[in-house]
Design a protein around this ligand. Structure first.
Ligand SMILES: [Zn+2]
Length: 692
């Protein structure tokens, strides 16, 4: 076994009661012949005085053993220098000698535990600490030899040797000079001149106390412990991605640059291992300001997706740029695509760098470690790089550029279209609705003239196509003017218009019969078709056709039948008024009659009217022309009261007409009809039977 030495320094500890030089008493000296320590009480009478053969271990003067061998004394036995009081240094050296002697007598000592720590600064500037410990051990002393006046060499029972240095007052510890690479050194706190007069037992107990409080200056295992501690600290730093083990990087890189490089390598390693990366969504938004100042925007987006990678390369030189990582993948169409990945650690990426990366025309993705809140471990870093999109953003993406161009083109086209539509609309509105109505009727007539030449076949002539196109244009234009013209050329409205137009023109339009033939056709109407009959009766009044007496009587009977039905509140002939305004535009002569409520849901039978004067001479509304009516200055509070009351009636299941009959009795100046009309005007009721 290799013999190793430990140096033990015994340094002074502060004494509560410092002794003066006059009180210094030496109980210890060394044998002048053997150099062995001698305790005064071990000397017999024969060795008293100058016979002791003892010398001062410090100044080598022969000493006088005062009161040696006495069992009773006034002044305790001690060694005295012949010249008088011992010098301070002699007392201290004597005390050390005593300690040395005690080591030789000590059977067992406990070596304190040894802790070693290593602190490592990571590349990020963060510190990593590791501690390793050699536990305390009990060892036996087999031998003690004195190296010189201040050092004792203890040989332990396992062969190791422990060097003990006793440092007295006034002497600095200079243990560093004693290093020879394999010397362990322990520093314990023991003193002191007082030891010079202590009994062996006192010294032993004091030494033991000092020893247990001692601490290592050096230890046999220090080198191994240091290596261990450093390895642990490095492992911690490496786990936090803050250390490069195999540092093949240029010398002039700063720690921050080294860490960036480390993280770039880590990203590459992760991508090589995982072969996939989740990339964030793409969003393109383009604003466009119309010439009229209106701003519109269009957007396009593509959701986040995971890409399966085919290859990953680190820091490839591309022209003057070196992207951190280049990842490549192949799409289903067999085309290969590349993605540049920038890893940002602390400094934000500059606009110039983004521009340079964009110049390749490949998507460039930034992974910002800084946004992860500082230190990450390997596992977190892997998740960040592969699965997360929170720390990623597109620095550039060619698809975004394409989509922005596309959106801009679409916005411009939209504006051009909007301008065109607006111009067309203005052109339409420049022509009055009455003119469009006339153009419509004219086109219908031309279309029929062309059609009548071709029997039941669809005429494929220029005239026919033109008239059809004119019909469509007129319908569209009437719509622009706010008329419900969309279904004008569809059945049943087309047939209604054709019949009225036939009476108006005195000749069949879309009918090959004369007026009576058309009337006969009307009389054959069933179900819903009869709801238009009031219109025909109005038209026959205003555009009377030449009829025989028999036919005129038949028309009169039909009219009476319709009037009677309406007065009986049957809904067979009650006409929805949706198209009345438009029919009035097409046939202005019919307008006054169309305004009459008789034959419409607004009609209230005479017997229910309170105000008889108001309906005077109105025996047959279809014969009459009168001005439209409205409420006589209905104040707003009347409306609100009407609303409240009607709401209550509706909740009780009453119809508008039933409510109006009751309400007319409660309120002054309003007739049942006025109340119903008001309810319809303010939008509460659809007609006298139905609430809105
Ligand atoms: Zn001396």
């Amino acid at each position: 076994m290799e013999s190793r030495r430990t140096q033990l320094s015994v340094t002074k500890e502060t004494s509560d009661t410092p002794i003066t030089s006059e009180e210094w008493v030496m109980a210890w000296a060394v044998d002048a012949t053997t150099g062995q320590p001698r305790y005064i009480l071990e000397l017999g009478e024969d060795n008293r005085g100058g016979q002791c053969n003892c010398k001062c271990p410090s100044c080598d003067q022969m000493l006088i053993a005062v009161n040696a061998g006495k069992t009773v004394w006034k002044r305790r036995p001690h060694f005295r220098h012949p010249t008088g009081a011992a010098r301070e240094k002699c007392v201290i050296v004597s005390a050390r000698k005593a300690v040395d002697a005690m080591f030789a007598r000590q059977q067992q000592i406990v070596l304190p535990c040894r802790r070693r720590s290593r602190e490592l600064e990571g590349l990020s500037g963060r510190y990593f600490n590791a501690w390793v410990e050699q536990s305390a051990e009990t060892v036996g002393i087999t031998d003690c030899t004195f190296e010189d006046k201040t050092r004792a060499l203890l040989t332990l029972n396992d062969g190791r040797r422990l060097l003990v240095q006793l440092v007295g007052r006034g002497e600095a510890s200079n243990g560093g000079n004693l290093d020879n690479g394999i010397t362990a050194r322990i520093e314990i706190r023991a003193d002191d001149p007082a030891m010079a007069h202590m009994a062996p037992e006192d010294i032993l107990s004091r030494l033991e106390l000092s020893w247990s409080q001692g601490c290592w200056i050096r230890h046999w295992s220090d080198d191994a412990l240091d290596v261990d501690a450093e390895a642990q600290a490095r492992a911690q730093a490496a786990a936090a991605l803050d250390w490069i083990e195999d540092d093949d990087l240029p010398e002039d890189l700063s720690p921050a640059e080294r860490r960036e490089t480390l993280l770039h390598r880590e990203v590459k390693a992760i991508l090589v291992r995982e072969r996939r990366i989740r990339v964030p969504e793409l969003n393109a938004i383009v604003d466009w300001r119309y010439a009229n100042g209106h701003v519109v925007s269009k957007c396009w987006s593509q959701p986040a997706e995971e890409i399966t990678l085919s290859s990953v390369k680190l820091e490839v030189h591309l022209g003057r740029s070196v992207p951190d990582v280049i990842a490549t993948w192949v799409t289903e169409d067999g085309l290969s695509h590349s993605l540049l990945i920038e890893v940002t650690v602390t400094n934000p990426i500059t606009g110039e760098r983004i521009e340079r990366l964009s110049s390749f025309g490949w998507p460039a993705l930034e992974i910002d470690i800084g946004r992860m809140g500082g230190v990450v471990n390997r596992e977190e870093f892997t998740r960040l790089v592969v699965d997360e999109v929170a720390g990623k953003r597109w620095l550039y993406h060619p698809t975004l550029e394409e989509e922005r161009s596309r959106l801009l083109a679409a916005l411009k086209a939209d504006e051009a279209w909007a301008v065109e539509v607006e111009q067309r609309k203005q052109a339409i509105l420049a022509v009055t609705a009455t003119d469009w109505a006339n153009r419509y009727l004219d086109a219908v007539r031309r279309r029929w003239r062309e059609q009548s030449l071709f029997g039941d076949q669809l005429p494929d002539t220029e005239n026919w196509r033109q008239s059809q196109a004119d019909v469509v244009e007129a319908i569209h234009s009437l719509g622009e003017h706010g008329y419900p013209a969309t279904l004008l050329d569809e059945y049943p409205l087309r047939r209604v218009i054709a019949r009225i137009l036939s009476f108006h023109d005195g000749t069949g339009i879309e009918y090959r019969q004369d007026s009576w033939g058309i009337i006969n056709a009307i009389l054959c109407d069933v179900a819903e078709a009869r709801k238009w009959h009031t219109l025909y009766l109005i038209a026959l009044k205003i555009y009377p056709p030449p009829l025989s007496d028999v036919h005129r009587d038949k028309v009169k009977a039909w009219r009476n039948n319709v009037v009677k039905s309406i007065r009986h509140e049957e809904d067979t002939y009650v006409r929805e008024t949706t198209y009345d305004r438009m029919i009035g535009l097409l046939f202005p002569e019919m307008r006054p009659a169309l305004r009459e409520p008789f034959g419409t849901p607004l009609y209230i039978p005479e017997r229910e009217r309170d105000d008889d004067s108001w309906i005077e001479n109105r025996t047959d509304s279809l014969d009459q022309v009168s001005e439209p009516r409205s409420l006589p200055n209905a104040p707003h509070n009347i409306d609100s009261r009407l609303l409240d009351a009607s709401g209550e009636a509706a909740s009780q299941g009453k119809s508008p007409i039933l409510f109006a009959k009751g309400y007319a009795g409660q309120i002054e100046g309003l007739s049942v009809e006025q109340i119903v009309n008001r309810l319809i005007e303010i939008g509460v009721a659809r007609n006298k039977w139905m609430w809105s």
